[in-house]
Design a protein around this ligand. Structure first.
Ligand SMILES: *Cc1c(COP(=O)(O)O)cnc(C)c1O
Length: 965
């Protein structure tokens, strides 16, 4: 017998297998030891002590979180929680409908890391796949709405309507503060409009437009929102109202159901200036409220006012057609307080799903789905009428409202016993919405709930029932005529199209994405797995809470855990992006000042280095932005801060800072900053986008901040999806808790004293919360702290390795960076002519994604490696950067001409290597700079000309002939 007593691993540990934290954290212990060696510290703890200022560091902080679960345990718990969700057949409507995600799209987009781990396509040369998918999305929206320019997604329908309101205010000539809203607008949309309108001094006037233009109020207004169809399902021809709105010097926004538009006249044909809505029912599960892609499309002439991201067509340096984000200079980090909106992270992954749904079904398929919903509703209504139940509207698309005096509650609860959720409009009215999943059998259940148990011959009824669409509103124009909507009818064809597109892109499944500020860390499979389980994804956001017990448990767990992690007293998960969290947080501050009779406090201090969304959000919250200077170390200039605080001591509302700063350093003045602002009566907002450098070390709620947003799509492992979804919860200290967002249709979603809803759904993008839940559940306190310290170690390792090639711009005291580092290319650019752009594009030749370019400092690259990359990948990046530095030196030394070298010509496609080659460097240098044994990722296009595409804006699919470059 061999002696196995020494070094024996206890059975209890063996049974658990590898802890999840060991999978999440990239560097193995020996690798980490090497990294620490290069950094010059003895341990992670020592690094933490050296890098994080004493004053804010909480010694031996142990977060009160559950002991870490294994992947199998966490999944078992999620299964159990899913078992406590009981989605009914959801016929509530109000903007959320049953839909079938085609399995080929579910698995190969929604569940495919090639799509969900991608970043926002700022590097278009390695993002052509998702850019094409988004161009398809824009084309789909533009075609169906009948207005020519659509963007690549909004956060949801309600915020899209709010953005529509502010767009027409910006773009129009009217000086009136009044905005008219159709009384038949979805209740959540109306309330989000009110939340957004109030701080801007916009007066929302609700008008009954059921009789047409005569319902418009007297006097001036700058715009009007019309519902098509309305929340009640009623269908009206808005043409006369729109022309009256125009007549009176205002603009018209129409919120339209995209599926209905396959049958109905397009709002653009009625003269709409802006059309908004959601694409949820295009194959995106309801998910208890989200995420889904909202949309916005505008008529010609106001396209440059569009918020959000717009994909446009341009050409690459070989003259081939290529896509990129258009009008990128409008991006919020450039425009700051002049930005058109604060939207940054949008809903790209869901927009891709919706676009592929249209690609797969094509116009005829979509029309058949719409017709099914309409016919089901028509037959439903007919039987109700024949059974003596009054149907309120004779003309509708998919929603029927029945009048049942005093019996609405009875009908709704009987329906629930039949497994169906209906909408209780009020005590006398019940709404029923049909959709792609409605069956004849389900109609029978609904009739039963209305007290009509004896079942008719549905097919006979169908034959006898005419459509309920007004003839004047029938669609005659064509849509989705582009070949892409006609080519992929078979699953094989769509499968290959999806693969062809994703193969053009570099996502986390191919390379590290060292994007400073964006925290592109692992999105673990065990975290992702549950989000498409039908128990979570099939819930309607306005379904009774008991249907969602398991998911609501996830909500409350996560709220508690995030409060513990950040040191705040209360958390709201409603904001569906960081930008929305900023807005919600600033509204809380504003409401707090108002509640204390200090409404005059309206100045928001923002350091020059801040992310552009900060200033944009402050403007939306009705605050005046005053910029605080930063010194040449990148720190807030304390003397200047003292000066502006003194100057504004009577009207100071808040300061918005980022911690660690956007310069990637732990500023040791942060407590002093908080103290100064508090002493002057202001509140402190800490932008939590850099929380990955703090968890387990320090807590903003404890070092002086009053409110923060977190980005669950950065720090808490929700994937970026190519530019969304996101979740941007806010944490607040107790005095701000009464001013968190709430929701008109769900009292449990926030305090009754709250500032109103800032998202359409009570818990925002609820269906992706299991991702962050699973992350915290599997990491536990020690795992999270280890992740933070490893992220800091990785950034300092890269900084040490690259400093002699590309000087690291800022460090904190002790010479350490936080979780990211800025590489200064400006001197190199000056001496060689090689720019950050050239380096970024050249990295694509090396098979790597570029770091963040020119934020927060122009001419620099900001590198954030995260804790999830192992040493080999960190080294691959460093070696590529070092090799690029050597290439730059050759240009500077004149060995390669300034206008013909692998940097300025980067990236190199395979096609560019065949045929004649007359460059100053070889094909091998172009394509295999680190040798041919390296697995090659080929960029699909050469350098893209952005400016040219902006001058000549093309934002929908070009004809196939355009590709023959
Ligand atoms: C990402 C980021 C934001 C905005 O968050 P979104 O989710 O994209 O809206 C704000 N501030 C900083 C510092 C960020 O990095």
């Amino acid at each position: 017998m061999t002696d196995v007593t020494h070094d024996r691993i206890p059975l209890a540990a063996l049974e658990h297998g590898t802890p999840f934290a060991d999978r999440h954290v990239g560097p193995a212990p020996a690798e980490l030891a090497h990294m620490l060696d290069v950094i010059g510290v003895g341990s992670l703890e020592e690094l933490g002590q050296s890098a994080v200022p004493e004053g804010i560091r909480e010694r031996d902080l142990h977060l009160a979180l559950p002991e870490p679960a294994t992947e199998a345990q966490a999944l078992a718990e999620l299964r159990e929680l899913a078992g406590r969700c009981r989605p009914h057949a959801e016929m509530i409507g109000l903007g959320y409908y049953g839909t079938v995600t085609p399995p080929v799209i579910l698995r190969n987009v929604l569940e495919s890391p090639a799509w969900y781990t991608a970043y926002t396509p700022y590097q278009p040369e390695i993002s052509q796949g998702r850019l094409e998918a988004l161009l398809n999305f824009q084309t789909m929206v533009a075609d169906l709405t009948g207005v020519p320019v659509a963007n690549a997604s909004m956060l949801d329908e309600a915020t899209a309507a709010a953005e529509g309101m502010t767009l027409v205010r910006r773009a129009g000539r009217s000086k009136s503060p009044r905005f008219v809203v159709d009384a038949d607008t979805m209740p959540q949309t109306l309330e989000v409009l009110r939340t957004r309108a109030e701080p801007l001094g916009i007066e929302v006037v609700v008008a009954d437009l059921s009789e047409g233009a005569s319902g418009l109020p007297e006097g001036e207004f700058f715009g009007a929102l019309l519902a098509y169809p309305g929340a009640s399902g009623a269908l009206r021809d808005h043409e006369a109202v729109i022309s009256e709105v125009h007549e009176r010097g205002a603009m018209a926004v129409v919120s339209a159901d995209l599926l209905a538009l396959t049958l109905l006249r397009a709002p653009g044909e009625m003269g709409a200036d802006v059309v908004v809505g959601t694409t949820q029912r295009f194959g995106v599960p309801m998910g208890f409220g989200g995420p889904h892609a909202g949309y916005m499309a505008v008529r010609k002439g106001i396209e440059r006012q569009l918020p959000g991201r717009l994909v446009g067509v341009s050409v690459d340096s070989d003259g081939n057609l290529a896509y990129r984000l258009a009008l990128q200079t409008r991006e919020q980090h450039i425009r700051r307080e002049k930005a058109t909106s604060n939207i940054c992270t949008a809903q790209v992954l869901l927009a891709v799903v919706a676009s592929m749904y249209a690609v797969y079904h094509g116009p005829a398929g979509l029309k058949a789905i719409a017709t099914r919903a309409h016919r089901m509703a028509s037959v439903l209504a007919e039987r109700l009428r024949r059974g003596g139940v009054e149907v309120v509207h004779g003309e509708f698309f998919d929603t029927v409202v029945a009048r049942v005096p005093g019996k609405a509650d009875d009908v709704v609860s009987t329906a629930r016993r039949e497994g169906v959720n209906l909408r209780r409009v009020d005590g006398d009215h019940v709404g029923v919405s049909c959709d792609e999943t409605t069956t004849r059998a389900r109609l029978a259940a609904v009739w039963k709930a209305f007290g009509l148990p004896e079942q008719p011959d549905v097919d006979e009824l169908d034959a006898e029932t005419p459509d309920a669409l007004p003839t004047s509103l029938l669609r005659t124009s064509e849509y989705l005529t582009h070949p892409v909507f006609h080519t992929h009818r078979s699953e094989t064809s769509l499968l290959r199209y999806l693969r062809e597109l994703s193969d053009k892109d570099v996502a986390l499944d191919r390379s590290m994405i060292p994007l400073g500020s964006c925290t592109m860390k692992l999105n673990a499979t065990a975290e992702m797995e549950s989000i498409t389980w039908p128990e979570f994804s099939g819930l309607h956001p306005f379904a009774p809470a008991q249907d969602a017990e398991g998911l609501l448990r996830i909500v409350s767990d996560l709220e508690g855990w995030l409060a513990e992690i950040t040191g705040y007293d209360a958390v709201s998960l409603q904001p569906n992006a960081g930008s929305q969290g900023e807005f919600a947080g600033l509204l809380a501050i504003r409401a707090y000042h108002h509640s204390r009779g200090e409404a005059e406090r309206d100045v928001c201090l923002i350091p020059a280095s801040a992310h552009g969304t900060n200033a944009a959000s402050a403007i939306m919250a009705g605050l005046r932005v005053v910029v605080v200077r930063c010194d040449d170390q990148g720190n807030i200039e304390m003397d200047h801060l003292r000066e502006v605080v003194e100057e504004h001591k009577d009207d100071l509302a808040a300061i918005m800072i980022t911690y660690p700063s956007t310069h990637g350093v732990y500023e040791d003045t942060v407590q002093e900053v908080c103290g100064l602002v508090h002493d002057a009566g202001g509140q402190v907002y800490v932008d939590g986008a850099n929380l990955n450098a703090l968890i387990g070390l320090a807590r903003m709620g404890k070092f002086g901040s009053d409110v923060s947003h977190l980005n669950l799509h950065k720090t808490f492992c929700i994937p970026h999806g190519g530019g969304g979804p996101g979740v941007g919860p806010i944490g607040v200290r107790a005095h701000l808790a009464p001013f968190l967002p709430n929701h008109p249709l769900q009292p449990a979603a926030g305090p009754s004293t709250g500032v109103g809803p800032i998202s359409a759904a009570p818990w925002g993008s609820a269906s992706i919360l299991p991702i962050s839940w699973a992350y915290v559940r599997m990491m536990g306190s020690d795992g999270l702290r280890r992740a933070t310290l490893t992220a800091v170690a990785a950034a300092n390792y890269v900084a040490r390795r690259l400093d002699e090639y590309f000087p690291v711009l800022y460090t904190g005291s002790g010479g350490f960076v936080a979780h990211e580092c800025i590489l200064d290319l400006r001197p190199i650019t000056k001496s060689s002519g090689i720019t950050v752009d050239d380096v970024a594009k050249r990295l694509a030749d090396y098979g790597l994604h570029a770091p963040t370019m020119s934020f927060p400092v122009a001419g620099t690259l900001m590198v954030e490696p995260t804790e999830s990359e192992n040493l080999a990948e960190l080294d691959r990046f460093c070696e590529a950067m070092i090799a690029i530095r050597a290439e730059i030196d050759k240009v500077a030394a004149g060995q390669w001409p300034a206008d013909d070298n692998p940097l300025v010509n980067a990236p190199h496609t395979a096609a560019s290597l065949v045929g004649e080659w007359n460059h100053a460097y070889g094909r091998d240098v172009a394509a295999y700079p680190l040798g041919t044994r390296v697995a090659k990722v080929w960029p699909p296009v050469r350098r893209i000309d952005g400016a040219r595409g902006d001058r000549n804006l093309v934002c929908s699919c070009p004809p196939l002939s355009a590709y023959e470059g």
